[in-house]
Design a protein around this ligand. Structure first.
Ligand SMILES: *Cc1c(COP(=O)(O)O)cnc(C)c1O
Length: 390
């Protein structure tokens, strides 16, 4: 018998920040009091600072998809032509949401694992001057691929269209210059790099997007962003908010401010690089040719179902990792790096992966993958003389 601590290692929900978790117990406050107004104002101000934008930032009580829906709903009218970049399950969700609100999406599809090229976006915008919006994932969590939203933003900025970016796993894992790159609407969620449980979503909204909201005719009620904005100015939400999660959010934002957003991004990037080197060293293949730093999708050895690896992580080590979604199920397993992940987690994950592969009969020299990850750590964090010794 071995003790097995349960560890949540998925790309959402992610491991929880202890101080945020503890803060949730103070939720016996009322949302129409100054206690709450001060909390809400602080959350909105800190979030705006962390996102590095001068645009409005609003918080909604929903999972990330709620803010995606609000974005498709509040700035467009039925019949509007839009462009959707779809490179995975979340890109497909943009297609479904835009259609649900009567928009007419033209879809630029990249095969799973690949990214939509910014030049295709530029070309589509040139070909159709009626496009009112462009929808994309900064990081496509289902495949581990990331999009070049900077280059896309540059092309979109010159047009009438607004750029709607699902950055739910992009925030905190890649640099995002919201204002400078023309990211009109940036959508985020609580259970990803923000280290708290699911249930809050948020968006930043540029002046260009607000101008479109004035003429937008899609029906709305709960996710009425103008109404939320009016309330937010006074430190209130339109409806009863999730006070427990907002208390947690405030702590998480305090933590991110204390280390600095660029450091959070660097942390994910370094862990992602170490992961890529470790699995490659073990003879495994990456799924994406445009890998981001929120999650690394890895192909199992040929002939092995990735579900076996996912299951073995759970039964042997009580560690929860994720399989592929949809048609990628069985084809990939995904190792996350966003938010509250550290090298301690990674060294263990790679050591466990080696043991699991060996138990399945795949030839592994123990320590090969771990050493690759250690070398990335050593290079980044050990004194130079020590690195020379390894
Ligand atoms: C997690 C995630 C979402 C939102 O999913 P919810 O389950 O609604 O929180 C959307 N897009 C991406 C890229 C995600 O990773």
């Amino acid at each position: 018998m071995h003790i097995k601590k349960q560890r949540l290692l998925t790309p959402g929900p992610t491991p929880l920040l202890p101080s945020a978790l503890h803060a949730m117990m103070g939720s016996d406050i009322h949302h129409r009091t100054d206690d709450f107004r001060n909390l809400y104002k602080r959350v909105l101000a800190d979030l705006k600072e962390i996102l590095g934008t001068s645009s409005d930032v609003l918080v909604l009580v929903s999972s990330g998809s709620g803010a995606m829906e609000a974005a498709a709903q509040n700035f467009f009218s039925p019949g509007d032509e839009v462009l959707v970049c779809s490179a995975g399950k979340f890109g497909e969700r943009w297609v479904e949401i835009t259609k649900a609100f009567g928009l007419h999406p033209t879809v630029l599809t990249a095969p799973y694992g690949e990214a939509v090229h910014p030049e295709s976006v530029e070309q589509a915008l040139r070909q159709n001057k009626n496009l009112r919006g462009v929808f994309v994932q900064a990081s496509e969590t289902s495949t581990g691929a990331q999009h070049d939203v900077k280059a896309m933003g540059k092309a979109i900025q010159r047009t009438e269209a607004i750029f709607v970016v699902d950055a739910i796993t992009g925030i905190g894992t890649m640099p995002l210059d919201v204002d400078g790159w023309g990211l009109d609407i940036v959508v985020g969620g609580s259970q990803k790099a923000f280290m708290i449980p699911p249930g809050l979503a948020f968006l930043s909204i540029s002046p260009k997007a607000w101008a479109m909201a004035d003429s937008a005719k899609s029906p709305r009620y709960y996710f009425d962003l103008k109404r939320e904005k009016k309330n937010a100015v006074n430190g209130e939400s339109a409806w009863t908010p999730n006070t427990a999660l907002l208390l947690a959010f405030a702590e998480a934002l305090k933590f991110i401010r204390s280390i600095g957003m660029p450091k959070l991004v660097e942390n994910a990037q370094l862990l992602a690089r170490a992961t890529r080197e470790a699995v490659t060293e073990l003879g495994l293949q990456l799924f994406s040719n445009s890998p981001g730093s929120s999650v690394t999708a890895v192909r199992p050895p040929s002939g092995m179902d990735s579900g076996v690896i996912v299951k073995e992580f759970r039964t042997r080590f009580n560690a929860i990792i994720t399989n592929g979604q949809g048609s990628m199920k069985g084809q990939i397993f995904r190792l996350a790096h966003l938010g509250y992940f550290d090298f301690h987690d990674l060294f263990a994950i790679i050591a466990e992966l080696e043991l699991i592969l060996a138990a399945q009969g795949y030839p592994v020299q123990f320590g090969t993958g771990v050493a690759a990850a250690q070398n990335v750590y050593a290079e980044a964090a050990l004194p130079k003389e020590a690195v020379a010794l390894t």
